[in-house]
Design a protein around this ligand. Sequence first.
Ligand SMILES: [Zn+2]
Length: 62
Amino acid sequence: MTTPEDLPIRCPQCGNRDARRSDRPSVLDGVMRLFRRVPYRCRVCKHRFYDVWLSPPPPKKR
Ligand SMILES: [Zn+2]
């Protein structure tokens, strides 16, 4: 069994699977978040790209 977090994110530029979530959120990231897209950065070629949000956030209750 693999959890969504364990699924490899593939870099569209070089095809390497060593990509991590980008930790530098921008304004565009906030917009993309609405479309369930999160920023990733390839650790090999440093290419930054968006991919589908694999793990949906828990519903907020107010
Ligand atoms: Zn890459």
